[in-house]
Design a protein around this ligand. Sequence first.
Ligand SMILES: NC(=O)c1ccc[n+]([C@@H]2O[C@H](COP(=O)([O-])OP(=O)(O)OC[C@H]3O[C@@H](n4cnc5c(N)ncnc54)[C@H](OP(=O)(O)O)[C@@H]3O)[C@@H](O)[C@H]2O)c1
Length: 439
Amino acid sequence: MAEPLNIALAGLGTVGSGVVRLIETNADLIARRARRPIRIAAVSARDRGKDRGVDLSPYLWLDDPAESATRPEIDVVVEMVGGSDGPALTLARKSIASGKSFVTANKAMIAHHGLELAAAAEAAGVALKFEAAVAGGIPVIKGLSEGAAANAIKRVYGILNGTCNYILSTMEDTGRDFADVLADAQRLGYAEADPTFDVEGIDAAHKLAILAGIAFGTRLRFDAVETSGITGVLAADISQARALGYVIRLIGTAEIDHGPVGGGEERGLFQRVRPHLVPCDHPLASVDGATNAVVAEGNFMGRLLFQGAGAGDGPTASAVVADLIDIARGEKGAAFSMPSAELEALEPANSGHRMGRAYLRFIVPDRPGVLAEITAAMRDAGVSIESFIQKGRGEAGGEVIVALVTHEGPEAAVSEALRILEGTDSVARPPLVMQIIGA
Ligand SMILES: NC(=O)c1ccc[n+]([C@@H]2O[C@H](COP(=O)([O-])OP(=O)(O)OC[C@H]3O[C@@H](n4cnc5c(N)ncnc54)[C@H](OP(=O)(O)O)[C@@H]3O)[C@@H](O)[C@H]2O)c1
């Protein structure tokens, strides 16, 4: 058998210790498939004394992960530390500059610095791979960049954050409120102590920006992802959606937008993470718990659905080691499916002309005339109302929940209606707006 591929692992937390376990458990099978063994040559983390549930004594311990970038016996550095900058980015730059291939599970770093790192990897003739960074164990990067490579991808969308999906589907099953379910999710280890990146949609936005780059061959624009999370979703929204035949899911959507019809066609990159209403018979409606799912629509393949565990030690390690097997076989590939200089630079699309139906929910004072003001604003902005629902009194006393569903129309009209209502005492609190996904 050929010489082993020597790897250094930086970070031995959930993902890193999973990678050690997987490589040890499946060593023979991996060596046969990779046509050479994959050998852990060095490991590093912060605390050498921590029990990680795996025996690290056979491996060289490095106090500083950056040392793996310069050791001549190391072929590939695997980063599982996390963070968009800091030690992870230093390690990435150093490893690639030293001629090491680089594998990472770090979506934040790739979303922010992926283009720079891809260009550096091309210049150095090494691989940069990050299958684990998007949707954990689901091979969606390989699926899009290889399996779907012959297609023009029209749209890619999906459930990209397991924590949010767990919270929303648990709220749906139990009727409990967001804060209550979040606290439980933290106790059970489904949510971080600081859940901001997850519940505010930032983690999903990192993944969406990466997916869009690969699906469309465009330069990554994380800064241009319209992002809102699930903190504003009430138990009442979930029950209301259910009564209308929908479930609520945090959906990331990206597509190439062709501008307003007749208004000078212009290609723009549309990227949005936002809670959506999903029809109960849509494939994404049955994606429950911490599962992730990605839908890609290609001009020849039609609709493809990827679904599976978006996080966890086993699934994420599976994606990391798949990248290592590619490298062991000599398959470097291009990080974003084509050379970075050829990725198209697109400006963010203006979403105002996008057509669709929306769910709007207001918390309003319980007094006569409020509903008339809301409907008048809708009428003046050209929004046509399909159904109007007034719920009972809110717990806060003196307030009621009012929700409406619009007919198909431009998003700009809804924005205009909200602008008219902004600052009026009819709408004391910011409304929640959720797009409705078509079947
Ligand atoms: N967890 C998942 O299911 C999952 C899924 C997909 C992608 N990811 C990504 O994978 C990466 C790692 O996630 P994780 O969940 O495994 O994180 P984690 O459990 O917090 O582990 C992080 C590891 O990095 C080490 N570390 C932190 N700062 C360091 C420093 N300055 N120098 C050296 N080592 C340092 C920690 O060392 P100590 O253990 O000594 O403290 C720990 O071993 C992140 O980018 C994450 O977004 C995670």
